[in-house]
Design a protein around this ligand. Structure first.
Ligand code: ZN
Length: 459
């Protein structure tokens, strides 16, 4: 029986928004295991490294050149029979590294029911009937937009940013302010429902503004950001907003306008939380959460689906109508959008690992398809032993060097190396650093059973 440890060759794609040349972590990781015909071109953007069984960019076994999809369908025990059956013989998740130079489209992913409807109605733009929850973990400082801002912040911007106010209309802005002021965090569900309706109404009317009106307002907006950044979007009764200084805010608006001149996304910005993640920080995007990535390198994990509803910062197909209807319009401060990692108890550290402050932490979003464990081994000889789990795993090393072992098979690991580990296999990773260089791996995995029952509290 073959040992279920497979080193993978993973492809990188070249979407326009990717970081260029050697600046792209996705490209650097891909280059460590690329075929002879691949080299990083200095001027070319490299956006996404894909690790998984997706047919658009399939990962391959370095030793045999067979695709991972072929391998897991040939030997269903690699993923466990249960997971293979539940997910149609494909990996339940797609694991990626994204290197973002330029904003990605303002988007949301449909829930399961809406995905089925959209796919039935428009299979060209909605290629499958699956939902697509996503999680992002920063590898380098990251910025993005995620979820609606607290309503008091939106009211603040409606008052302090004249072009925004004129675009949505004075009367609409006043009505919105009157409805939501003082009741933002009411405990009365009827009041919260009314606030969400008000947010839906004003956001929808913004999104339905004519192209000409948006372009006109964007000119005024950018002129204000450029001519007086120190007072940009500041009002007399100013609350704390994000970004927290007017100069930073003006700089982000100017930069986004440079990428997408005159785009409605410049105004959507004032409705959504501006999120910055430090390396290791994460956010989870559930179905129907509006978001846009702006810059940085991230690890991303998602359910296998390509369903994206877009409405700004994109040359691709936009579906403003679906987007404005599908959103939940829940609003919350940024801290509530972040996903806090927890201690991961199923990786046992040896003494050098323990004494050097090495750790394994778990990012566990409330869905079945995936979780991610990050392990930092902080000294040569530090080891982490992962219990076998009843499902598939994919490891990627993002820093340092070491070894990975399953059964009697050991492979060396360097930055950018990717491995598949089969179900129920115990796996040991070990740092081979000479000094205190950190050996960092991320492991995405899926398991069914006890864990999920506990998480959800019911079967
Ligand atoms: Zn997304």
């Amino acid at each position: 029986m073959q040992v279920p440890l497979i080193r993978l060759q993973c492809g990188v794609n070249s979407y326009d928004w990717g970081k260029v040349g050697q600046q792209s972590l996705a490209a650097k990781y891909a280059a460590t295991t690329a075929g002879p015909d691949f080299s990083i071109e200095a001027e070319r953007p490299y956006a996404e490294l894909w690790m998984g069984t997706h047919p658009s960019l399939p990962s391959r076994d370095v030793a045999t050149d067979r695709t991972l999809l072929d391998l897991v369908q040939d030997n269903r025990a690699l993923m466990s029979i249960e997971i293979s059956e539940k997910y149609g013989g494909k990996l339940p998740f797609l694991f990626k590294v994204l290197s973002i130079r330029k904003a990605l489209s303002i988007q949301a992913h449909p829930n399961k029911k809406l995905a089925e409807e959209l796919h039935a109605r428009d299979p060209r733009n909605y290629p499958d009937d699956n939902h697509k929850p996503e999680m992002a973990i920063a590898l380098t400082p990251f910025e993005g937009l995620c979820g609606f801002r607290p309503l008091s912040e939106i009211v603040h911007f409606l008052n302090a940013v004249a072009p925004l106010r004129s675009l949505v209309g004075c009367q609409a802005a006043e009505e919105f302010e009157t409805i939501v002021t003082g009741s933002e965090y009411s405990e009365d569900p009827a009041v919260l429902g009314r606030n969400k309706d008000a947010l839906r109404a004003i956001f929808t009317s913004l999104m339905q503004s004519s192209h000409e009106a948006v372009e006109e307002a964007a000119k005024d907006l950018v002129a204000a950001a450029e001519s007086s950044p120190e007072t940009f979007a500041v009002s007399a009764t100013s609350l704390s907003t994000n970004p927290s200084t007017p100069e930073q805010l003006a700089a982000v608006i100017t930069r986004l306008n440079g990428q997408f001149p005159g785009d409605v996304g410049l105004f959507v910005f004032f409705f959504l939380n501006y999120v910055q993640l430090e390396p290791g920080e994460a956010m989870f995007l559930k179905a129907d959460d509006v978001h846009a990535y702006i810059s940085g390198d991230i690890i991303e994990c998602m359910a296998s689906s390509d369903n994206v509803v877009r409405a700004g910062f994109t040359p691709k197909y936009k579906d403003v109508d679906t987007l404005t209807r599908m959103l939940t319009y829940s609003y919350a401060p940024i801290e509530e959008q972040k996903l806090q990692p927890t201690d991961y108890p199923y990786a046992i550290l040896n003494v050098p690992a323990y004494s050097s402050g090495s750790e394994s932490v778990l990012y566990d979003p409330p869905i079945d398809e995936f979780s991610v464990v990050k392990t930092d081994l902080k000294r040569g000889g530090a080891k982490a032993t992962f219990d076998g789990i009843p499902g598939p795993s994919i490891f990627i090393c993002t820093h340092g060097e070491g070894k990975i072992r399953v059964g009697n098979k050991t492979e060396e690991v360097k930055e950018g190396y990717v491995f598949f580990v089969g179900a129920n296999a115990e796996c040991i990773i070990e740092s081979t650093a000479s000094g205190e260089d950190v050996f960092t791996t991320y492991k995405a995995f899926c398991e069914l059973g006890a864990g999920e029952v506990l998480v959800n509290g019911h079967l």
